[in-house]
Design a binder for this molecule. Structure first.
Ligand SMILES: Cc1cc2nc3c(=O)[nH]c(=O)nc-3n(C[C@H](O)[C@H](O)[C@H](O)COP(=O)(O)OP(=O)(O)OC[C@H]3O[C@@H](n4cnc5c(N)ncnc54)[C@H](O)[C@@H]3O)c2cc1C
Length: 376
């Protein structure tokens, strides 16, 4: 390789600058690695998922990322503490769960765009280069990746590639990995505003119904987010006719009581919300992390936290592989096996918790939704 070739060679290209990709970039850049982080950020896109548990804040403190450093564009808004949940699940009586009792303390209701901008800023401050684009084709030749940056007529070269593209797992699937899906779950969300100025609850509301479960919360912007999680067939009925979704929203007991008069003016596209995992999370010069490697049913409330931890682990794994690039095949295999084994442990614990949560709702023994979720 010539001097010029070496200078233009990235240690790592990371596809996706969500929580997993940004944290992986931050980790590797802090170790002095040459990191290119690539994502097409659309400020108009509303990313669903804004409840960060206290454990997520503990993780951010451990990697010295402060959510106080808000990017300028987001200054008027701020993340807000979540005092707890109110849920109707397993019985008609609401259960109050107070996060002050959580050893990690209350979590935060995020302004999600601002949160992700803060993580990207931390990666950039650590020395990563961020490029607004999409990653296209990737080809590996003589241990070097040729990575097409779409729309920029550019090909970047890298020693390692991290797939942090979320549930789509774009890179890993192109490289032959297959998705294993848990029971299918689709989420239909909308954003709205209360018709009156009366204060809304700051707690997260969760309510099980015969054909799925609802989530509702007030965002830091004052908007209300509400989503129904159900099987794909029912979800497509709601997608086609949003008025049916609104009727079902108003038929909830707990949620409609807290949000009696809402005008839903921003219907969001249907989302795949079921758990999934890749059959292969690493291969020759690549690794997947965050939702790309394994995604969780949102009832777990662990997605953002786990993706950040997963990004840090993938960063540490790639760092080890780069440090020992002349290691024997068996040493590399040991490092990959350790990464895979940790992910398998997390998935086993998640599946056990998920099963327990769905099996604790026994009010509708004839419901196909609940029996399907309980069988997974
Ligand atoms: C309905 C629903 C509700 C949820 N609610 C919560 C919640 O309240 N709390 C919680 O903790 N978690 C929640 N989650 C889960 C959480 O949002 C995810 O776990 C988390 O976003 C995963 O982070 P990630 O970085 O792995 O992937 P993502 O956040 O999905 O980021 C992936 C990034 O990759 C980019 N990308 C894709 N393709 C390419 C490409 N070719 N080139 C470059 N970039 C690319 C995308 O633009 C995106 O920015 C929810 C999920 C769902 C479906």
């Amino acid at each position: 390789m010539t001097k010029n070739d070496l200078e233009s060679l990235w240690d790592v290209v990371i596809a996706g600058a969500g929580p997993a990709g940004a944290i992986a970039a931050c980790h590797l850049a802090r170790q002095g690695r040459k990191v290119l982080l690539v994502d097409q950020i659309d400020p108009a896109h509303h990313k669903v998922g804004e409840s960060l548990p206290g454990a997520g804040l503990r993780f951010l403190r451990s990697v010295e990322i402060s959510l106080e450093n808000l990017p300028i564009a987001h200054q008027p808004l701020f993340h807000q503490p979540i005092p707890g949940n109110i849920s109707v699940w397993g019985a008609a009586t609401p259960i109050y769960q107070d996060f002050l009792r959580d050893p990690d303390g209350p979590g935060l209701r995020l302004d999600r765009g601002c949160f992700e901008a803060t993580l990207r800023s931390a990666a950039i401050a650590a020395g990563a280069v961020f490029r607004e684009a999409q990653i296209g084709e990737t080809v590996r030749k003589q241990n070097v990746w040729q990575v097409v940056i779409e729309g920029q007529q550019q090909v970047e070269r890298a020693r390692w590639l991290i797939d942090a593209t979320g549930r789509r797992a774009v890179i890993a699937r192109r490289l032959g990995a297959k998705k294993i899906h848990d029971p299918r779950l689709t989420a239909i969300y909308a954003l709205g505003r209360a018709a009156t100025k009366s204060p809304t609850t700051t707690r997260t509301l969760i309510e099980a119904t015969e054909s799925g479960w609802w989530y509702a919360a007030t965002l830091p912007s004052g908007e209300i987010t509400a989503g129904f999680h159900t099987d794909p067939e029912r979800a497509s009925t709601f997608s086609r006719d949003r008025s049916k979704w609104e009727v079902a929203f108003h038929e909830t007991r707990l949620i409609s009581q807290h949000y009696p008069k809402i005008h839903f003016d921003r219907p969001l596209p249907a989302l795949d919300a079921g758990g999934s995992a890749l059959d292969r999370v690493t291969g020759d010069g690549w690794v997947a992390c965050g939702d790309a490697a394994q995604a969780f049913d949102p009832i777990s409330s662990q997605g953002i936290f786990s993706s950040m931890v997963g990004g840090a682990r993938a960063g540490a794994f790639v760092q080890t592989m780069l440090d020992h690039s002349d290691a024997s095949a068996s040493e590399s295999a040991t490092a990959s096996a350790a990464y895979v084994s940790r992910l398998n442990q997390i998935r086993a614990a998640y599946l056990a918790h998920r099963r327990e949560a769905y099996r604790s709702e026994t009010r509708w023994p004839l419901s196909s939704f609940w029996s399907q979720q309980q069988s997974g």
